[in-house]
Design a protein around this ligand. Sequence first.
Ligand code: FAD
Ligand code: FES
Length: 282
Amino acid sequence: MKNNGNPYIPHAATVEEAWNETYGDRCIRTFKVVFDDEEIRESWEHRPGQCAIIGILGVGESMISISSSPTEGKFLRFSVMRMGKVTKALHQLEPGDKMMVRGPYGNSFPVEEWKGKNILTIGGGIGQAPLRPIVEYVKANKDDYGDLTTIYGSRTSDDLCFRNEFENMMEDDSVSCHLSVDVEEQDWPHFVGFVPTLLMEVNPSPENRIAITCGPPIMIKFVLENLKKLGFEDEQIYTTLENRMKCGIGKCGRCNAGNLYVCKDGPVFNYATLKQVPEAFA
Ligand SMILES: Cc1cc2nc3c(=O)[nH]c(=O)nc-3n(C[C@H](O)[C@H](O)[C@H](O)COP(=O)(O)OP(=O)(O)OC[C@H]3O[C@@H](n4cnc5c(N)ncnc54)[C@H](O)[C@@H]3O)c2cc1C
Ligand code: FES
């Protein structure tokens, strides 16, 4: 990359598209952004599962998963939940506005290692943001992988991220796609109940399959239990952690879970590794 990949250097990017995925106080807004500098745009490389630090000059920065797959084109997508100072400011951005982007940070899903495997993603709420790139990556390289199953749920249909994309995937015979909301709603045609229960309904075989889960800690806890009931081995299960970060490059000690630095060793972890670190689920 132009700056030798120096992760401290932010690059200006322009918001090409922006839309609200969900509603309410903690709504999620997705941004499609393009680097202003052509050389950065062309040389930027990220892998599914990686993050970037995005921000607004004079306001601050936040670590956010890159929710687009590199297979989609020379742009990045970020899906941001409105939480505090920085994310509230980001939510004001409209097409044509600028943000600063630096990275990419962290490890990634081992997509090369997974070639030939069936892929299962299990997401909840904003946890679908780091899973979306793996879904898009596998769809774009479907000859390299077995079948693709994707399970996603949120509290209500208003809290579902990427809803149109999921509904399109339901029309696509090459993806087995399952949506849920926690409680009954008028005109909701899909599953009603928690994501771990939907996982048991879908009942995916563990044979030659990788399961990747991301979502609220309580969902992950029960998804992990149910994956074990379905016969998945620890080594077949991956998740991502979102511990609070500062430097993003293993210097400040802000993001530790036991002996793991989430920024440097993660955010993607195999469950066999995480099980050795009780603090990871604290
Ligand atoms: C690896 C990684 C990937 C992430 N990916 C995304 C993403 O794709 N989309 C997204 O919306 N957010 C993501 N986050 C979380 C995001 O970084 C924070 O929500 C954001 O920095 C909050 O900044 P703020 O200034 O708006 O809020 P602040 O004022 O800093 O915080 C507002 C509230 O959010 C809580 N909070 C802040 N950060 C975290 C965190 N990491 N975990 C739990 N609670 C937190 C604070 O305790 C406080 O209650 C990710 C975090 C990490 C570490
Ligand atoms: S964020 Fe500084 S060490 Fe991980």
